[in-house]
Design a protein around this ligand. Structure first.
Ligand SMILES: [Zn+2]
Length: 259
């Protein structure tokens, strides 16, 4: 089982940040890291290295989380929503649902987009698409790539890998766990989040989906955040470091109304 701290940190790589966390079952790492990550400043990873890491990490995530089987209602719905978007904006995207309660979604730089069942349960189709558009924004803007790079450089994985043969990639189970831990700690800036929100909005607009869906999605998240805080379940650092959902909702609503 994950402890709440790790799950909260996991929010950082995801769209939702603070809304996600209380009942989460999301597995992001193998709890193998003992802290004291080594931050190395000189980022020497090539794009090919990062691509390889992302592929491996996506595979690891899919192996360690319950991927919805093709005949589950989540997989069917997600496929229906995303089938025509696998090459959106020149990206090469693949989508899977995880059968976990988290209200969350994330994207890796290789174009792997994962959506949690908890999010699908509370959101309309257009809201899910808005979230997906947001995640595509992170991929398109290279936020996901930078996060992977930072995570790798900060993680124990780098140390171990380089002490073996100096090659990036083909990480062991525990190295991938360390990478996940690191990735969870790599937060997007508010600017990056805003820009991803805008991408979500543009995506809805371009495809004739309901442009109000971004704001209503954030309102739902805001309600969850409020509930979590008032029930004392958590006072997450994400609340201070993440643009709060209510503000994001307002900004997206304003944009929608300007249309
Ligand atoms: Zn985001």
């Amino acid at each position: 089982m994950m402890n709440s701290k790790k799950i909260i940190l996991a929010g950082a790589i995801l769209i939702l940040g603070s809304a996600t966390l209380v009942k989460a079952q999301f597995k992001i790492n193998a709890r193998t890291v003992t802290g004291g990550a080594d931050v190395v400043k000189a980022a020497t990873l090539t794009d090919a290295d990062v691509a390889k890491l992302c592929l491996e990490y996506a595979k690891w995530m899919d192996e360690h989380n319950p991927v919805a089987p093709a005949d589950s209602k989540y997989a069917i719905r997600l496929k229906q929503l995303t089938d025509k978007h696998v090459n959106e904006s020149g990206l090469n995207l693949n989508f899977k649902a995880y059968l976990v309660k988290d209200v969350n979604a994330f994207a890796l730089a290789d174009g792997s987009v994962r959506v949690c069942a908890g999010l699908m349960d509370i959101m309309t189709d257009d809201e899910i698409l808005g979230v997906i558009g947001h995640e595509m924004g992170h991929v398109k803007n290279k936020d996901s790539k930078d996060a992977m790079k930072t995570a790798y450089m900060a993680s124990a994985a780098r140390k171990v890998a380089s002490s073996q043969d100096g090659a990036v990639g083909y990480l062991s189970e525990s190295q991938l766990g360390a990478l996940g831990e690191s990735l969870a700690n790599a937060q997007f800036s508010q600017g990056q989040e805003k820009s991803a929100d805008d991408n979500g909005f543009e995506f809805l607009k371009k495809n004739n989906y309901n442009v109000l869906a971004m704001s209503t999605a954030f309102r739902k998240l805001a309600a969850i955040e409020k509930e979590n805080v008032s029930s004392g379940k958590k006072k997450s650092q994400i609340l201070s470091s993440h643009p709060d959902s209510e503000k994001r909702a307002e900004r997206m609503e304003k944009r929608a109304k300007e249309q």
